[in-house]
Design a protein around this ligand. Structure first.
Ligand code: SF4
Ligand code: SF4
Length: 413
């Protein structure tokens, strides 16, 4: 059913044409694998289980979480650990211990024996954790039944298409993964959210979820309607009784449970006008970005800006020496750096009209610039979800996020 209410967000050009219709390319064997022991968004490093000289096989666990706040890490190749060294990464201010593996050219394929049996919810959660897919116990902490599980298959970040491609090419696996996840968290409702742009696969999806107690919701491609805060708002579900997971997690869960294989590969969009041949690539975790760029036939023009993630919520990086991580979704290569020059606010009100959280970004920025901290109280910057919509619509190209971050810090959230 398509929501008809007044929806938050703005229409923005998605610029997905370069990759939206291209099949996902299979992973190649990279020249080296770099597995940092600290992932983005996680402060506690993993402990290595291997040392230089250790032979490793594909799927072997090579690092373990110290506390249950991150997931175990696995080798995506057969090979040998050649170093355990510090590496500089865009998501950490300190160098991070990294396992370097030299892959063997002759990959061995071992027969997979899969004993078929039904798992209890607790066993499913434990298996998904041990195979490095997701920590559902952490997701469930602080939540109260009845739980609604939402799988977010709506991708409205410009340029990125890995979620759409997975939905189209792995539709059965998505549905199977939702069933596993739903059982694992003992969900009363399971909802799949997809974009109205995915009309091509809706018939298949409807057939597949028919009789499976999975509800299908269509969201128009308005940015940032794929943000968990807004998904909950539109669906009318509370945070304390719901879990929202990105669609690739459903595919990963299906593969992990069905084949008892740990997570060693992810699908990433490598795209942007500076690339010769943008692609969605199934990449082994630990592959360096530079190798994926080579798979896209390199650059047609110099990239002035490299963005890890999408242009609205991603992070600008300055190197191709970045490994693909478990949570990587895409990289965008733009031809120019900062094509827009900041000018003065013209008080057009566009940032206010477009804010999905109903905030007054221009006034928050003014309060921060003038250090009028008292004014922040009524402006509620703590409710900002850092979607970047206000900056996107601003004709003066004011970098609101810089001020919003400061305002949020001042409000102690
Ligand atoms: S103020 Fe925050 S929530 Fe509102 S549009 Fe700007 S970044 Fe998004
Ligand atoms: S959109 Fe930009 S120019 Fe318009 S009011 Fe907001 S900050 Fe000022």
């Amino acid at each position: 059913m398509e929501p008809r209410l007044s929806l938050p967000g703005v229409w923005i050009p998605l610029r997905q044409e370069a990759t939206i219709d291209k099949m996902i390319r299979p992973s190649i064997l990279p020249q080296k694998i770099c597995l940092p022991l600290q992932e983005k968004g996680n402060q506690i490093p993993l402990k290595p289980l291997v040392r230089p000289g250790s032979p490793v096989r594909k799927g072997q666990q090579v690092a373990t979480p110290d506390k249950k706040e991150s997931l175990p890490l696995f080798s995506p190749v057969w090979g040998e650990v050649v170093a355990l060294e510090k590496s500089v990464l865009p998501w950490s201010t300190e160098p991070v211990d990294t396992i370097i593996i030299a892959p063997r050219k002759d990959e061995q394929l071992l027969p997979i024996t899969i004993p078929k049996r039904d798992f209890s919810p607790q066993e499913l959660r434990s298996l998904l954790f041990r195979l490095g897919v997701i920590d559902l116990d952490l997701e469930l902490s602080g939540k109260e039944p009845p739980i609604t599980l939402v799988i977010n298959g709506c991708e409205v970040e410009p340029y990125l298409t890995s979620t759409e491609r997975l939905l189209e090419e792995k539709t059965k696996e998505v549905v199977s993964g939702i069933e596993y996840l739903s059982r694992a968290v003992e969900a009363e409702r399971a909802i799949l959210v997809v974009s109205t742009e995915n009309r091509g696969i809706l018939e298949d999806l409807r057939d597949l979820i028919f009789s499976k107690k999975i509800e299908l919701f269509l969201f128009p491609p308005r940015y940032p309607l794929d943000h968990p805060v807004l998904i909950r708002k539109v669906l009318g579900i509370s945070e304390g009784k719901s879990i929202i997971l990105e669609l690739p997690k459903a595919v990963d869960s299906h593969e992990a449970i069905t084949f008892r294989q740990p997570l060693t590969e992810v699908v990433v969009t490598v795209t942007g006008p500076a690339l010769r041949n943008p692609q969605n690539i199934r990449a082994r975790i630990g592959t360096m970005l530079g190798e994926l760029v080579a798979q896209c036939d390199g650059f047609s023009i110099d990239p002035g800006m490299i963005i890890m993630g999408g242009p609205l919520r991603g992070q600008v990086i300055h190197t191709l020496e970045v490994p693909i991580m478990r949570n990587s979704r895409g990289f965008v290569f733009l031809p120019q750096r900062n094509p827009f020059l900041q000018t003065n606010c013209v008080f057009c009100g566009s940032c206010i009209d477009s804010c999905p959280q109903g905030l007054y970004p221009v006034f928050i920025c003014e309060a921060v610039k003038s250090r009028n901290w008292g004014a922040l109280k009524g402006l509620e910057p703590e409710n900002c979800i850092f979607c970047g919509t206000c900056s996107y619509v601003c004709p003066a190209h004011i970098p609101h996020q810089k001020y919003l971050k400061k305002a949020k810090e001042r409000r102690g959230s």
